[in-house]
Structures are given as C-alpha cells and as structure tokens.
Design a protein around this ligand. Structure first.
Ligand code: DX5
Ligand code: ZN
Length: 221
C-alpha cells in the first residue's frame, strides 16, 4: 500500500461538513475525530452526525474514537458507515475482542496509542489490526505542535510490523504538516492525518497533493 492522506475535519467548518469534505476530493479517507469529554477534555460529534456524513461523503470514513468505553461503542461506527474505526488502547477493556468485532462487521480495525503509551506491550496484538495509529500530539485538540519525541516510537512500531510481516498500516495524527510529514515518513509511517494544515490552506485539495508528494519523495529515496 502506498502513501495515504486522511484529512481531519476537526478544524473544518462543522456547520458544512459535506461541503468541507467536497473540498478534499483527492484524499484517501476523511478522518473524523469523535471526542466524548471523558477520554479527552473536548466534545465533538457522535454517531448520528457520522451516519449522516457517511451518506453524503464520496470518500470512505476513518473514525478516530477518543472516547471512554470503545468496547461498547466502536462497532456501531462500522454500522454507521465508517470503513475504518480506531479505538484507543488506553480506553479499551478487551482490545483483541474489540478488533475482531470491528473486523467481523466488515470494518478495518485500528488501535491508537497516546504519546506516553509504549508500543511494545502490544506487539502480539499487531496482526489483529488493520492499522496502528501513533499519536504525535496529546489527543483532544487540532492545531497543536507536532511532538518529535514520538518519532522513535514510530520507528519501533515500523520495525515490529516488519518483523511480523503484517500488512497493518501505520498512521500518524497530530501536527502533521509540510514541515513535519517528511520526518514521519522517514520513520516509517504510511498513513497521514492532517487537520489544520489542510483546512487552513487556501486550496485544501492542493495541500493534500503537496503532503502526498513530500511523503512519497521520502519513501522513494
Ligand atoms: C487530535 C485529533 C487530530 C487532529 C489533527 O486529538 O485526533 O486528528 O484533529 O489536527 P492537526 O493536524 O491540526 O493536529
Ligand atoms: Zn484524530
């Protein structure tokens, strides 16, 4: 699988989600940040909005659940139309069971790690996942500064995925921009979430293309 760009609509115009998604036609996925004011200190949107957006969006949806009790809620996001559902390792009571449930419903199962959560304890679980998300900011808000301290973990995660020979994608989320995407790609990430970088650009779709070109250049060297 090549480089994939998945813009986050967190910092887009939430009153016009369908219109905002239409501005990123060349993206691979739309990244939807679901926050519950418990797992993170911010509240965004939930199932009814996701369901409605899935119907109007031409792009597949990648739900990033920053919520408590994902064991209970995550499978419903597949039913709501998301092609990929990410739960947080720190919040899941039974991540293996949850990943299997998401997959059995036809969704791609993905697990996220906050900056202070190590990847090593989850090594044996990697074959159960379609994607691993390494957060490069503390989850909760868009527009934060990229945390370089996460780069070694991206490298270690890439090495573990290669060691197990799995097809699991490696996603990064938080502070990804033209300035930081090359570092992430160099460390081994292949799926890039970018929120403010895309939606603060005059032409969001052109920014998607520029981000993709930078990551591809790193990969091809
Ligand atoms: C942060 C969210 C991210 C965020 C990305 O908690 O998970 O998806 O919206 O936004 P930027 O790219 O602005 O950091
Ligand atoms: Zn996110």
């Amino acid at each position: 699988m090549g480089i994939q760009i998945t813009p986050s609509i967190l910092n887009a115009d939430l009153a016009d989600l369908a219109g905002e998604v239409a501005r990123i036609g060349s993206a691979d996925w739309v990244h939807v940040d679901v926050m519950d004011n418990h797992f993170v200190p911010n509240l965004t949107l939930g199932l009814p909005v996701v369901e409605s957006l899935a119907k109007s969006s031409a792009l597949p949806m990648d739900a990033h659940l920053m919520i408590a009790d994902p064991d209970r809620w995550a499978p419903a996001y597949v039913e709501a139309g998301c092609g990929s559902v990410t739960f947080h390792a720190e919040a899941a009571a039974a991540p293996v069971r949850l990943a299997r449930e998401i997959r059995s419903q036809g969704g791609r199962a993905s697990m996220a790690l906050k900056p202070a959560t190590p990847v090593e304890p989850y090594e044996e679980l990697l074959p159960e996942l379609d994607m691993l998300l390494i957060m490069t900011v503390e989850p909760g808000f868009g527009g934060q500064r990229f945390l370089d301290l996460c780069l070694p973990k991206i490298r270690r995660a890439r090495a573990l995925l290669d060691k197990h020979g799995v097809e699991t994608w490696l996603q990064v989320d938080g502070g990804v921009s033209l300035e930081t995407i090359e570092r992430c790609a160099e460390a081994g990430a292949d799926v890039f979430v970018a929120g403010s970088a895309v939606y603060s650009a005059d032409d969001p779709d052109r920014m998607v293309a520029e981000l993709r070109a930078r990551a591809e250049r790193v990969r091809n060297t």
